[in-house]
Design a protein around this ligand. Structure first.
Ligand code: ADP
Ligand code: MG
Ligand code: MG
Length: 211
């Protein structure tokens, strides 16, 4: 059982759908502790990515090609903190997935590379109420699932579940990175928008693998 370029395309298109469905929710979360644009930023980036995929004359050959197109589009179309962070994540993920088929170890390497990219770019540690608080447990759960010998789809499902738990765990936290940190203690009591979008995107990866 491996994941191919068809999975990557379903992931990106599924991500665009889920971001569109949750656009208002992401805006509302960011309105609570930021500037209210996260849903719009993400929606713009994924809409542009789907448009670029639709315009390709040749379908992408490898998983890494799809992730690279996503990364460069997010970097050039999404403003704010999330654009460069997700752009770096997907670019690092693209670099370790220059393969046509991903096994569980390759899925783990992809998720690890994404998290490393986010940390390299944003310098946030776990517990600072950012998307790192969804990615970190997701990577840990993926590693554990792969170590148990689970197939790629189950590795992604475990990561998605852990990311969602990570979102819940951001609620009581006080933000110390990004815009939400300007609120200080008043940032507590709300889920982090970027962690929330991360959980949606990893769930989309798992759903694309389950089909
Ligand atoms: P902006 O805050 O610039 O308006 P967005 O609203 O699109 O950008 O994204 C906000 C999200 O970005 C936050 O909810 C948080 O998850 C994430 N974020 C902000 N700064 C950092 C950072 N230094 N490291 C990791 N994630 C961050
Ligand atoms: Mg914002
Ligand atoms: Mg903004």
């Amino acid at each position: 059982m491996t994941l191919d370029v068809g999975w990557a395309l379903r992931w990106v298109r599924g991500s665009a759908e889920v971001v569109a469905e949750h656009r208002a929710e992401l805006i509302e979360l960011d309105r609570q502790i930021g500037d209210g644009d996260h849903g719009e930023n993400m929606h713009r980036g994924f809409t542009a990515t789907v448009a670029r995929l639709d315009a390709l004359e040749e379908p992408p050959a490898q998983v890494g090609d799809v992730l690279k197109l996503l990364a460069t589009t997010l970097m050039s179309t999404v403003g704010g903190a999330a654009g460069p962070l997700y752009g770096t994540a997907y670019l690092r993920a693209a670099k370790v997935t220059g393969l046509t088929e991903l096994d569980s170890a390759a899925v783990v390497a992809m998720l690890e590379a994404a998290l490393e990219g986010i940390v390299a770019r944003g310098k946030a540690a776990p517990g600072e109420k950012t998307m790192v608080d969804a990615w970190t447990p997701a990577v840990a759960a993926a590693v554990a699932a792969a170590d148990r010998g689970e197939p790629p789809a189950a590795v992604l499902a475990a990561a998605a579940e852990a990311a969602a738990d990570g979102v819940e765990a951001t609620i009581p936290l006080i933000a110390t990175k990004g815009r939400a940190s300007y609120l200080g203690e008043r940032s507590a009591g709300h889920a982090d928008p970027g962690a929330t979008s991360t959980a949606l995107l990893i769930r989309a990866a798992a759903d694309a693998a389950a089909r």
